[in-house]
Design a protein around this ligand. Structure first.
Ligand SMILES: C[S@@+](CC[C@H](N)C(=O)[O-])C[C@H]1O[C@@H](n2cnc3c(N)ncnc32)[C@H](O)[C@@H]1O
Length: 480
């Protein structure tokens, strides 16, 4: 008898992992959906794994030929379920699936009828696997789309080497034998954190050795492996804005951080990768003053490092491209604090790319120069103007008049293509195109504001053709 969904009955699902080794499992159906179930079942080695269907996909037929399953090439009959531990109604016929569910329930066999929650005794979760580490995701049967979204999010967040890290933890646990129950839970966490880098580099055997030794040591002298003594400050590039452009290492460091010290431009969606209980410190400099000074930030990082915390100093783009990352690592290095730099995708390259502008292009531009638009007096403008390649200016919006005038005075042509890319890679991205001679008037008329990247050079004209942004404004003269 079909029943209501558990939520409608006001109860929750119980999450469990089943041991199916050597147990009979029956899948009714031979199409793509049935193959999805079979593929998930094969590593669990049920025996026999029976597929009942008059027709089957090539993958199912191949598995049958390889002896991995028993394909009954005919219509389903109630007797097929005899002795089964689990059953799936996975055909494209809803009525047939419901019949399988009714037959299974009559025999007391847990059953799943696809896409038919009232005819399910259990639901199959979306899975994220790293070796033997398995994360099961369920929306309580309410939204497969949301389950897939969560899975894709976790796939990105979970480092690929964590399967190996699990092997290392398991091997160290085995080596500790009877003493393992005495090891402090915190010592495990600190130890695993310390060998992570070794495992990432593929040095699994060495990592096992180091972890086991540390844990054995902690049994007698717990002090040396206390978390409070192993601080690390990671200078992490947050990329230009879109969280998908974070590096895997950036995500990993964020998830492990005790404290995140971030700039104003780092988006909330990027910060969400930090653990909910991680402390967040916004040191962002405000446009008209406010925020922390650079020396205050340096002192803060040194202080947090001394406290032995795992600190992520999160900076927009790449930490070493106009990000004052150099000053921060010098301060850390001089104070003897352990630090590392995690490079990020710089807006200097990401903004042109997101606008469809190749910064180099055979025959048009053989070099790219990244220029600080704020410090106009520091540059050799004749040299910049003479360079035949692409010029990329950061922090240029407030000095556009000066930049355009200096380039034109130094010999760049007024019909040279130029592009401003505002809020690149975010939902607010906008591209404004104009020839250099019209750039200032067009930008001011369009109300371009920071953050924006200015590109000057022949390839800037590609944006009108190659950008898939709908928000492209092109000055009249540029079209002529
Ligand atoms: C202080 S600099 C930091 C640059 C950063 N370290 C990087 O590598 O992208 C800030 C400037 O970067 C540029 N910028 C950063 N993010 C941007 C974005 N999403 N869109 C356009 N420009 C951006 C702007 O020119 C802004 O004024």
């Amino acid at each position: 008898m079909p029943r209501n969904q558990p939520q409608q009955r006001g109860v929750a699902y119980f999450a469990a992992f089943l041991d199916l080794l050597g147990k009979k499992v029956v899948v009714v159906g031979g199409g793509r959906v049935a193959w999805g179930k079979v593929r998930a079942l094969l590593p669990c080695q049920p025996a026999p794994l029976v597929v009942v269907a008059p027709k089957a996909t090539q993958a199912i037929r191949r598995a049958a030929n390889d002896g991995q399953l028993n394909w009954l090439q005919r219509e389903y009959a109630a007797g097929d379920l005899a002795g089964a531990s689990l059953a799936f109604g996975a055909s494209d016929d809803r009525d047939l699936n419901a019949r399988v569910a009714a037959d299974a329930r009559a025999l007391g066999i847990p059953v799943l009828a696809v896409d038919d929650v009232p005819n399910c005794d259990f639901i199959a979760p979306a899975l994220v696997r790293r070796g033997d580490l398995t994360i099961a995701i369920s929306t309580s049967g309410r939204s497969p789309a949301m389950a897939r979204r969560a899975r894709e999010h976790l796939e990105r967040a979970l480092p690929p080497f964590w399967g190996d890290l699990l092997d290392v933890a398991a091997a160290a646990r085995e080596r500790l034998g009877a003493t393992r129950s005495v090891v402090e839970p915190d010592a495990w966490q600190t130890g695993l954190g310390e060998v992570e880098d070794l495992v990432r580099r593929g040095e699994v055997r060495e990592a096992t050795e180091v972890l086991a030794r540390k844990l054995e040591h902690s049994l007698f002298e717990p002090e040396p492996v206390q978390a409070s003594q192993s601080g690390l400050v990671s200078l992490v590039g947050a990329g230009p804005g879109d969280p998908d452009l974070l590096t895997l290492r950036a995500v990993e460091r964020l998830r492990a951080a005790d404290v995140v010290v971030h700039d104003r431009l780092v988006s909330e969606r990027v910060l969400e990768y930090a653990a909910p209980d991680a402390e967040r410190i916004d040191v962002g400099k405000q446009p008209g003053g406010g925020g922390s000074t650079q020396s205050e930030i340096n002192a803060l990082l040194v202080d947090l490092g001394r406290q032995g915390r795992r600190v992520v100093r999160l900076k927009g783009g790449d930490p070493f491209v106009f990000g004052r990352g150099g000053e921060e690592v010098l301060a850390l290095s001089r104070a003897g604090i352990a630090f590392e730099v995690v490079p990020g995708v710089s807006s200097a390259l990401a903004a042109p790319a997101a606008a469809g502008i190749p910064v180099t292009h055979r025959g048009l531009s053989a070099s790219v120069t990244v220029v600080n638009g704020h410090d106009a007096d520091q540059h050799d403008w004749d040299a910049l103007a003479r360079s035949a390649g692409t010029l990329v200016f950061l922090m240029a919006v407030e000095r556009l008049e000066q930049i355009a005038a200096r380039l034109l005075n130094s010999g760049r042509r007024s019909d040279e293509p130029a592009a401003l890319i505002e809020w690149a890679t975010t939902a607010r991205q906008r591209i404004v195109l104009a020839p250099l001679g019209e750039l200032v008037a067009t930008a001011r008329a369009e109300g371009v504001e920071p953050p924006a990247v200015l590109v000057v050079g022949p390839t800037a004209a590609f944006a009108s053709e190659l950008s898939n942004s709908e928000r492209v404004r092109i000055a009249e003269v540029a079209r002529a």
